[in-house]
Design a protein around this ligand. Structure first.
Ligand SMILES: [Zn+2]
Length: 164
């Protein structure tokens, strides 16, 4: 079976889907399943080739991961402004207590975040990482979040980390 090209599928390729199975074949022919922290570097340096099985409705297809940049962006190994809506810069950020918050003195509070720098939050995990680094904020990435660029994005954060 001739593998298809993941690059040809572009951003539609389900790089981070739970049903996507990765297979890494090293130079010496060793086959390993799944990926680890070194997979990207080994594939990039040509020490291995990365394949993935994309299970379809009727049959599964084998793909060669021939766009490693896209793979890295999907897995958050390199910053992706398009996917996350977030520039790789110091955000100009404002926050207010969300109107729904009934316990404003709790250890975690729901806040509404406005980004005056023009970014829009499409990926909470990336935003949480940037805010931890830039301001020491502790944003809960497991809770609900959402919103819009006009009303701001709501999320849960540890109150003390916000200085409140
Ligand atoms: Zn920004």
């Amino acid at each position: 079976m001739q593998p298809r090209s993941a690059a040809a599928a572009g951003r539609d390729f389900p790089y981070t889907s739970r049903t996507t199975c990765y297979i890494e074949i090293s130079e010496d022919g060793t086959v390993s399943h799944g990926t680890d922290s070194g997979t990207y570097e080994r594939a990039r340096s040509g020490k291995s080739t990365l394949y993935a099985v994309w299970p379809g409705e009727w049959s599964s297809h084998l793909f060669v991961i021939d766009d490693l940049d896209e793979y890295a962006r999907a897995h958050g190994l390199v910053h992706d402004e398009k996917r996350t809506g977030l520039a790789d810069h110091e955000h100009t950020v404002r926050w207010t207590l969300d109107p729904s918050e009934t316990n404003p003195l709790g250890s975690y509070i729901t806040i509404r975040v406005h980004l005056d720098c023009g970014c829009s939050i499409q990926d909470l995990g990336t935003f949480a990482g940037q805010m931890r680094e830039q301001r020491g904020w502790d944003i809960a990435t497991t809770g609900g979040w959402g919103g819009s660029s006009t009303s701001g994005t709501y999320m849960r954060a540890r109150r003390k980390s916000l200085g409140a």
